[in-house]
Design a binder for this molecule. Structure first.
Ligand code: NAP
Length: 244
């Protein structure tokens, strides 16, 4: 389908998403984070039941009848399995680097992807879907060239480089997983603190630019895209990107 048609379709679908009639049980890892906190609000505003996970649950200062706050660490397999059991959707929106090996395998985004796929797979037919908040470094900026390859390495802090490469590794890992329903939801280069407009585009593995060459979206609108995907499951086992 031509890109323009896809774009129009996406705009029509995303503008003013309605409350779902069937509330979902959604687990959010990274609920205290810059992105994840918007996702918690978006999910609650649409009537879903949210389990917000944090290593320090006292950090979650939202109160809502449909919100449970639980203590959990993605490095603790037993706690991950317990947390995801019986849920409909798990959203992973975390960052970090474990240890000082400096290898992409030490990015929390990759470690958590492996951990969650394993925990979700164990649930069999009742397995929740997994939505992974990805990294823009994984997006293609020209055929066969990822944005990560264009970054000036010398200016990037080592841990950030590990996370960028770890996000690419996570995507490559997911692409080999055909027995769990995952979606890798990729932000553009720039997140903004702008408002929730409900109007944005959904693309694939290519970076989306607006008509002024900018690649950006507000965290609030990114959260809309995530919960749209949680509700509609339109892009199972795909990388999608979200941008204006
Ligand atoms: N342009 C881009 O591509 C771009 C830009 C920014 C972010 N991102 C991506 O967006 C996602 C979220 O980023 P953010 O900026 O919202 O991150 P953030 O504000 O730094 O939050 C990080 C979250 O990770 C959680 N976390 C860390 N270690 C954990 C562990 N062991 N177990 C469970 N949770 C853990 C923290 O939870 P607690 O401390 O409460 O446990 C916190 O909520 C990441 O995947 C990041 O790579 C992409």
């Amino acid at each position: 389908m031509p890109q323009l048609v896809l774009t129009c379709l996406a705009l029509m679908l995303t503008a003013g998403a309605a409350r779902t009639e069937q509330p979902l049980d959604i687990v959010i890892y990274g609920a205290t984070g810059e992105v994840g906190s918007h996702v918690v609000h978006e999910a609650l505003d649409r009537g879903h039941r949210v389990t917000a996970v944090s290593r320090r649950p006292e950090q979650v200062d939202i109160q809502h009848d449909n919100l449970s706050v639980v203590k959990g660490d993605l490095l603790d397999k037993a706690s991950v399995t317990e947390t995801v059991t019986g849920k409909d959707v798990v959203i992973l929106s975390v960052r970090g680097v474990i240890g000082d090996s400096g290898s992409p395998e030490s990015a929390l985004q990759f470690i958590a992807a492996e951990m969650l796929i394993d925990a979700v797979f164990q649930q069999g037919d009742r397995a929740p879907r997994l939505l992974h908040v990805g990294g823009s470094g994984s997006l293609e900026v020209e055929p066969g060239v990822r944005y990560a390859a264009k970054l000036p390495k010398i200016l990037i802090p080592k841990n950030l480089e590990v996370e960028i490469l770890g996000q690419i590794l996570a995507l490559e890992f997911y692409r080999k997983v055909d027995d769990v329903k995952w979606t890798y939801v990729t932000p553009p280069k720039n997140f903004t603190n702008g408002p929730r407009t409900g109007v944005f585009r959904i693309g694939g593995s290519r970076a989306l630019q607006d008509d002024r060459g900018r690649t950006r979206v507000s965290r609030a609108d990114f959260a809309v895209a995530l919960i749209d995907e949680a509700e509609r499951a339109r892009h199972v086992r795909e990388q999608i990107s979200v941008a204006y």
